[in-house]
Design a protein around this ligand. Sequence first.
Ligand SMILES: Cc1cc2nc3c(=O)[nH]c(=O)nc-3n(C[C@H](O)[C@H](O)[C@H](O)COP(=O)(O)O)c2cc1C
Length: 407
Amino acid sequence: MKKRFLSFAMAVCMICLLTITSCPAAEIPADNGGTNLDSAVLTSAAQPVAAFTDVPSDAWYAGAVQYCQRKGLMAGTSDTSFAPDTPLTRAMLVTILWRQAEKPAVNYLMQFSDVPEGQWCSEAVRWAAGKKLVNGYGDGRFGPNDPITQKQLNLIFQRYTNQSVTGGIPGFDGSSKPATRAQAAAAVMNYARLSRRDTGKVLVAYFSATGNTRPAAEKAAEVTGGDLFEIVPAQPYTAADLNYSTDCRANAEQDNPDARPAIASTVENMEQYDAVLIGYPIWWGRAPKIVHTFLETYDLSGKTVATFCTSGSSPHEDATLRGYQPDAVWLEGRRFSGTSQVEDWVNGLGLPKAAEEENKMYLQIGNTVWTAALEDNPSVTAWRELLAKGPLTVDMSDYGGFEKLYQ
Ligand SMILES: Cc1cc2nc3c(=O)[nH]c(=O)nc-3n(C[C@H](O)[C@H](O)[C@H](O)COP(=O)(O)O)c2cc1C
């Protein structure tokens, strides 16, 4: 076979050519920091998710308030009130965005005379000014404690996201009226939803014999915007089958290394998914055998995979499952006893971003699979043509300590 030398320089070019896209999705730290509107002091005291007496559970903004509070983006004005109809200040809005961006450290000079260094909002204002989200009033002032108008809020989000996040928010017409804290919470949640759209496509597959795992799976699908697939046994489990204090079917299957209970239906076009989350109950410390069936049915190479479970008390376990899909990118799984932790877990996984399919390339080096986005240039066109014929295997070895040789 014709031998070719790939010089170190070319290897560098190749690396430059490929942009690895599997960067972790940003997770917003749930730092529980909060503000007190009166003093505008950022507290660092841990603050549990409060039940605000002024946020009725059926209020249009209840979900948004809960979201912002849970993410540590906004807190109440006291332990029991959120003040949904109170105007939001300009400093508070940029602080929320800064927190949502995971509090990036910035070293720009403070441009505004009315935002002294070391204030609760200084870093956030500096960050927002540096990103050209805010310009201030043009006279050197930022007006941190002024209410932010709906128009200003729209403008800031427009600069930040290039998309509208305020459509459909009650009472929001983009005028010079102050934006309320409830409206701001809704805009922030809309933004989070929009940014999730560029997450790769997710499948949430779950098995639930008695219904405990189902709500967690549904929540995971809701949070990821993914598709839900129930792993339904071809032969349903009866109560007697699950009575683990007897010689029941479930016990027999767990004891039998070869047991692979059949699944009633199949996932359509597994190819379309970038990530697969798999939920199940723990049976005798392990995933039920039907989950083994599921994992043996599909090729998840290159996909991101994570499992979650419910159980009486046993911890999460997926060591055996990982063996079925060694070429998947496995992430840390989790046990849930309800649904309240699901969103944080999902957001913390760093699920892959969607790459435009035609620009995506899987690059397996050893046992690790990377996703690479292809640039648009003549070398890539040639590379594409080569790849169109099928997967390409490149065996490389060191040559002379500075070159890689492949055959
Ligand atoms: C056959 C069988 C074995 C089980 N083994 C365990 C176990 O080892 N540890 C545990 O904590 N719970 C165990 N459980 C309890 C289930 O894990 C728990 O009820 C789970 O939430 C059920 O989820 P599901 O309703 O989605 O099926 C077992 C249940 C069954 C039916």
